[in-house]
Design a protein around this ligand. Structure first.
Ligand SMILES: *Cc1c(COP(=O)(O)O)cnc(C)c1O
Length: 427
């Protein structure tokens, strides 16, 4: 066997060990090149640390550990137990949580397990509407959540495009859901847990906060921690948290047993022990003072990007941002420009982002009239407000001439030069 049996070569060094599989080696080389030479503005992405990546590629991928630390079904789990207990202890300390389950394979698996733990099929649940910023797992008809449960959706005010807490509470009183889900995937403002807690207490509902996007902001002290308010908090470890891909569930002791059983054996088999170890590594990184500074810079950069985009003539949904992402409404910039065409032109120019529906979008979710941009990845690279202004300028130049191949080629070269000054990993 070639390479380092304890994990991949340190990805910050130039000596990335080839796998000996020429086709996949070519994919990895091309993807490395893409990440090094283009701007990563997808709000749910980040650059994991070399330590997180090494743990993800470690020998723990070989182990089977059905069950929980010291209560496993198979032998040989002493090391897996230590890794999982470290992940649990570290994440509980980070958030001040009573109980943690670090086994969900993803954010969607975490949410599905919560639903399985608390609901019967057909039960009424409330979540944020997908076309106003909610996630697929908050009751979309194409997702298992929308298939099994009766989701009622709340959304934004028309006037300021922020969560309409009064309407949410009104809907809750009317429909009396068993569970209310807060959290979003395309919402650029703070989410206040208090109105959710109040209406849950009033109607006797359980309060779940899906912090997938903002978990890092919470740990960094930039956004309010929902743990003291919510019964259950789910999040992904790979977005602003900058850990490995995966999910985590935090809850009060009251729900601990039900949550654990719903993850295993309820909806998963063996945990991904390599990912669990990598979560432990990521949680330790998140406990360092630099992580709080990093999260503050993510938000500063998003604000700088929002300002610069405004100066370039773009309208932002809700007028701006107070987190790591922003949503552009393209219609005032160019009424004929769709999110799809804009995404493709920007992709060709080296600006990687996703098209996104905007509130009351007249176009389909496949076409859309908006774009979503996030600053976690570029902030990890060390970019600051001056680079955010340049990103806004690149975006504007490309979108003023989305069919102009000369403009696209020029911008692409300028972006490659910018990225070379802020490499996320060493060659
Ligand atoms: C990303 C996200 C998820 C799902 O995470 P996956 O790991 O992609 O399954 C769930 N909820 C919200 C709010 C998200 O943004």
């Amino acid at each position: 066997m070639d390479g380092n049996p304890r994990g991949p070569a340190h990805p910050r060094s130039a000596s990335w060990a080839p796998l000996g599989d020429p086709e996949i080696d070519a994919v990895l080389e091309a993807e490395f090149e893409r990440q090094m030479t283009t701007l990563q503005l997808i709000a749910s992405e980040n650059f994991a640390s070399p330590a997180v990546m090494a743990a993800t590629g470690s020998v723990l991928t070989n182990k089977y550990s059905e069950g929980y630390p010291r209560r496993r079904y198979y032998g040989g789990n002493a090391n897996a137990d230590t890794a999982e207990q470290l992940a649990i202890d570290r994440v509980k300390a980070l958030f001040g949580a009573e109980h943690a389950n670090v086994q969900p394979h993803s954010g969607s698996q975490a949410n599905a397990a919560v639903y399985l733990a608390l609901l019967d099929t057909g039960d009424t649940v409330m979540g944020m509407s997908l076309d106003q910023g909610g996630h697929l797992t908050h009751g979309s008809p194409v997702n298992v959540s929308g298939r099994l449960y009766n989701f009622v959706s709340y959304g934004l005010t028309r006037s300021d495009e922020r969560i309409d807490y009064d309407a949410m509470a009104g809907l809750a009183r009317e429909h009396r859901p068993k569970l209310i889900v807060a959290g979003a995937t395309a919402y650029s403002r703070r989410i206040d847990p208090v109105p959710f807690r109040e209406v849950c207490d009033e109607i006797g509902a359980v309060f779940m906060f899906d912090a997938a996007h903002i978990a890092g902001l919470i740990v960094g002290g930039v956004h309010i921690n929902p743990v003291p308010y919510a019964d259950i908090v789910t999040f992904t470890t790979h977005k602003t948290m900058r850990g490995p891909r995966g999910g985590t569930i935090l809850c009060t002791q009251e729900y601990a047993k039900r949550i654990d059983s719903a993850v295993f054996p309820g909806s998963q088999g063996g945990p991904l022990d390599h990912a669990v170890a990598a979560k432990a590594v990521g949680f330790a990184e998140a406990a360092r003072p630099e992580f709080a500074q990093y999260q503050a810079r993510i938000v500063e950069n998003a604000a700088a990007l929002a300002d610069a985009l405004g100066s370039q003539g773009f309208r932002l949904v809700s007028g701006g941002t107070d987190n790591h992402l922003l949503l552009i409404d393209l219609r005032t910039f160019d009424a004929d420009l769709t999110g799809k065409v804009a995404q493709e032109a920007l992709d060709a120019a080296g600006v990687t982002l996703n098209r996104n529906s905007i509130p009351d979008d007249p176009r389909s979710p496949f076409v859309t009239s908006g774009l979503r941009m996030g600053t976690p990845s570029v902030t990890t690279q060390g970019m600051g407000p001056a680079e955010m202004a340049r990103i806004a300028e690149f975006t504007s130049r490309v979108l003023r001439a989305p069919d102009d191949e000369d403009v696209i080629a020029t911008v692409r070269a300028e972006i490659a030069e910018l990225c070379a000054a802020f490499p996320p990993y060493d060659r």
